[in-house]
Design a protein around this ligand. Structure first.
Ligand SMILES: Cc1ncc(COP(=O)(O)O)c(C=O)c1O
Length: 258
């Protein structure tokens, strides 16, 4: 992290020099957006989708991204080239900019972090994870905002209950994980929430894969009352890929293949 080279408003800097102003509204109010993807053997995975989602998030928040998609691509390919590690996590971040009154946005700071990939514990994949439900709704769920207040807060409770992820639930429905998407298997069909969630790029990849494997996928409302019918469940995200869920609160899922 500290030794790697990162992009900061037109300059390449080492981790120790990757700094923003304490007057930046992202620091005080959490108003900003970002996106994250994996680089496998120097190749970015689904890069265009991530850049597109990042640009969309910035537009919704009204943050002026001076660079176009092609410029962002160039920065990313350069960062992958000049950093030694071929397995990376790349984070594009757009802050709200320095705020005179602490409430208005200004010219954003654009950062691209190139972080060495650290795998999630192997046991999470082999044995599956426990998740807990968290009654809350994300504000502007289609935006990948820098504000993860609910997730960070709820994950402390998850940790106490020996769970590895939280699942946003509201109005008797399941939405998504704190930093992941959610799928379940009911009667050998994959079901996954469709509305009021982050348009997850891993979810898109999973759906494409499922189609290739002739596994039926239904994007629809998923109700808490259906948990008892789950034969299996998993979460997925860009940094995790697919991680099996074997316990939701106190309920043990039968998870077939583990
Ligand atoms: C709230 C939320 N939902 C879903 C996801 C999964 O998105 P993706 O598959 O694009 O990584 C994330 C990823 O961090 C997330 O933060």
């Amino acid at each position: 992290m500290l030794k790697n080279l990162h992009y900061l408003n037109g300059k390449w800097v080492r981790g120790k020099d990757l700094k923003i102003s304490a007057f930046d509204i992202t620091f005080l109010r959490g108003y900003g957006c970002f996106d994250v993807f994996r680089v496998y053997n120097k190749k970015p995975f689904m890069l265009n989708d991530h850049i597109q989602r990042f640009v969309k998030s910035s537009r919704i928040l009204g943050l002026k991204l001076k660079l176009g998609k092609k410029d962002i691509q160039k920065i990313i390919y350069k960062g992958i080239k000049i950093n030694k590690n071929s397995e990376l996590i790349v984070k594009m971040i757009l802050t709200g900019g320095i705020s005179q009154d602490g409430l208005s946005i200004s010219q954003p700071t654009f950062i691209v972090e190139f972080l060495d990939y650290k795998p999630w514990p192997e046991i999470f994949y082999r044995k599956g994870i426990k998740v807990i439900t968290f009654r809350s709704q994300r504000f502007l769920p289609e935006v990948k905002s820098t504000n993860y207040f609910q997730t960070v807060y709820a994950l402390k409770k998850a940790k106490k209950e020996k769970a590895q992820e939280i699942i946003f639930c509201w109005d008797n429905k399941i939405y998504e994980g704190g930093t992941s998407s959610f799928f379940a298997n009911i009667n050998n069909k994959l079901i996954t929430p469709q509305k009021d969630i982050l348009p997850s790029i891993t979810k898109k990849a999973v759906i494409q894969l499922a189609k290739k494997l002739h596994i039926e996928v239904k994007e629809r409302d998923v109700f808490l009352s259906e948990i008892k019918n789950f034969k299996e469940a998993f979460i997925c995200s860009s940094t995790r890929e697919i991680m099996p869920v074997v316990k939701i609160e106190k309920l043990i899922l039968k998870n077939f293949y583990l």
